[in-house]
Design a protein around this ligand. Structure first.
Ligand code: DHB
Ligand code: FE
Length: 285
């Protein structure tokens, strides 16, 4: 694995593009029928009560209040709201959503999903550079329903960082679509995808989110992970992430998005590739 200490993703490269990608994904608009005044009032009041309580409990001063205001302005101007919210808040929303979900465990979507990637067959390799760095990895498995039947109509939308922790579409030096694809499973619901093992991901340290992390003395790392959305007609999609046994930061993910059920245990093959198996289970919609 590459050392993770010296990579320095730029906020300028990822923040603004993450905001753009989020806006593009929101064409569907607000929840059906809008949001009731009662719901807005209940949730916003609870959020504000938490803020008010923190101010009183910790005797927040005027200079601290103004510094917070300046920082919030910077988060917006840097386009970092998707990064910030996905790192510090999304895991709770996912936790609520997962309470009604059967089958495979989910995890956060994060800010770096891009739709409409290259369609790939069941046995395939993700698009990558000719000299793509990183340990080769074969990721294989089957998609089934909660009754155990294979789902031949399923697809795996997969994306992950490269061996330096960068995502294509959010880092200008990477080719479009690199390490991304939409894999159609075979008639047994099976897939086998060649890729490389991603490196851990570091929150860009040069933007407001990174500045907050530094100011608070936290670390800015997520453990190495694969992102997946698994879909099949008539079934509830699963958005999830898979991690690697023994991986750095697995026990202290800054985004708190790991779960014990989501850790792969890749085995080295004779040819030097790593191989990992994982089966997905989808519930009826
Ligand atoms: C963030 C980045 C990720 O790659 C991820 O999976 C989750 C969150 C972020 O920077 O907010
Ligand atoms: Fe990620």
């Amino acid at each position: 694995m590459t050392t993770t200490e010296n990579t320095s993703p730029t906020a300028a490269g990822s923040g603004a593009s993450a905001t753009q990608a989020f806006r593009a994904s929101q064409q569907q608009g607000a929840p059906e029928g809008g949001v009731s005044a009662e719901r807005v009032s209940t949730v916003v009041q609870a959020v504000l009560a938490g803020v008010h309580e923190a101010i009183h409990t910790h005797q927040v001063t005027y200079p601290e209040f103004q510094a917070a205001k300046q920082w919030l302005i910077d988060v917006g101007e840097g386009g970092e709201w998707p990064l910030l919210l996905d790192v510090f808040v999304e895991h709770e929303v996912e936790d609520v959503a997962s309470r009604t979900q059967q089958g495979s465990k989910g995890s956060i979507l994060g800010p770096y999903y891009l739709p409409d990637q290259q369609k790939l067959p069941a046995v395939t390799a993700l698009p990558m550079r000719a000299d793509e760095q990183g340990t080769p990895l074969t990721f294989a498995g089957q998609v089934r329903d909660t009754a155990g039947n294979p789902l031949p109509g399923a697809e795996l939308d997969i994306w992950h960082a490269d061996d330096e922790g960068y995502y294509s579409g959010f880092a200008p030096h990477l080719p479009e679509g690199n390490l991304r694809g939409v894999v159609a499973v075979d008639e047994q619901g099976r897939f086998e995808i060649d890729t490389i093992q991603p490196a851990p991901y570091q929150i860009p340290t040069d933007g407001p989110t990174g500045m907050l992390i530094t100011a608070a003395g936290w670390h800015p790392w997520r453990p190495a992970h694969l992102h997946l959305i698994v879909r099949a007609p008539g079934h509830r999609s699963i958005t999830t992430q898979l991690y690697f046994e023994g991986g750095q930061w697995l026990d202290s993910d800054v985004a708190q998005a790991t779960k014990p059920e989501l850790v792969l245990d890749p085995h080295p093959q004779e040819d030097g590739r790593l191989r990992s198996e994982y089966d997905f289970v989808l519930e009826p919609a």
